[in-house]
Design a protein around this ligand. Sequence first.
Ligand code: NAI
Length: 450
Amino acid sequence: MLCGRTTRRVCSGSNVTKAKWRYKKNARSVSTTDSLAEKLTEEFAINLKRHLEENRYTNADKAFKLILEKLDADTRVDALQYFRGIHAVTEAFTDVPGANKHENQRILAALNDILSQAHSECSTASEPVKIAVTGACGNIGYALIFRIASGQLLGPNIPVQLHLHDVPAAEQALLGISMELEDCAFPLLRGVKTFTNPESAFEDVDYALLAGSKPRGKSMERKDLLRGNATIFLEQGKALNKSAKKSVKILVVGNPANTNCLVLKSNAPNIPSKNFTCMTRLDHNRALYQIAKKAQVNIHDIQNMAVWGNHSSTQYPNINHVLINGTPATEVIKDPDWAVKEFIPTIQQRGASIILARGASSAASAASAIIDHMRSWVYGTRGEWTSMGVISNGEYGVTPGICYSYPVVASGGQYEIVKDLQIDPFSAECLEKTHKELLEERDAIADLLS
Ligand code: NAI
């Protein structure tokens, strides 16, 4: 995390908003010509160097030098785009006088994350990163795997090896997918292995994306589904514990995602709790879109969205802390009933609405959310919030040990729950309702927890 003397003279109030706004616009513009990009890079170098010297950020300095060397050798457009982003962030915190510690830290975190992302993506790794995907033959698997293999998860310079896992009945389908992957001739794909045994599938993996689960049958009760899928995650927890790297980052997607994650973690004691997450990013993204539509702004104008609790219809998408270009959403959206009467039920029921409309559950949007979740975790959120189901340490009165979705920020490969937020009585009730549901789910499969 960048910190130090600079923090005293940077960014406050509306200037911060303007600076961030400018950063976002600049960072996301890809139409600039290469010569302008070079100019920006040069300016960035001067700006950043000055700040690094002032603040003795040795790690950032190393990263900066490596990136620059790489850029000289190979002026790839992708790398230049990152530099444009870095330049704009640097500009944001050089220009703006005043001091607002919180906002300043956000901008510095953004700079830090962009640097480390550029560093990782610009350095040519020789060893492929091993990524396991379970339920590889399912709808989400099919929408996800090709994106990973093309570099959309880890970036354009990191080779990957895929470990595709599904049930024995899907062996032929696994073969078909691996043949299609070969036919894409993805330069970053350094091997595809297929498995029907989780212990072999997880051997030495860096990331485990777990979508494999049973769908809900016609006459099936929710508790039957809960138990059926928890059994899968019990077996996979033991397999991860035995075979995966201890540093493996795990994302549970298969439903009921929070409780499956709890079962997984409980059966993998050698892997730190912080490495287990479940996916509420799709709910988070759905919420961002609904807010953008209502306020008639772009997605990037929205900050501090948070989805709390269970990935189910009791989840609480909370708009109270949301800022739209720095102004509270509750002030921008001049419709006091909208959040409770429309927004919250829309997000809570969105999965069911998709099934009704499409005749099948969300798959492409879920795959996209998996990519977003993992990129945020690995490359940081640049000071922004995102939502993740994580193992609770009791934050906001949640029972320690259960998997609960919180607002988090991530940097340097680690996430932190956003602390000390004010929770109004309505929100407290919603947080408790979804908490209670998670406790009931936990109690229903208590015998599967170690
Ligand atoms: P799908 O039914 O198309 O695919 C599931 C795949 O899992 C199948 O290929 C099946 O053979 C496989 N599978 C079943 N048991 C397995 C086991 N023991 N080990 C490995 N693989 C196994 O389902 P889809 O659409 O791909 O969704 C996957 C899961 O993701 C579902 O549980 C769904 O409810 C959940 N989901 C979660 C979301 C979230 O936001 N957390 C969003 C959308 C879906």
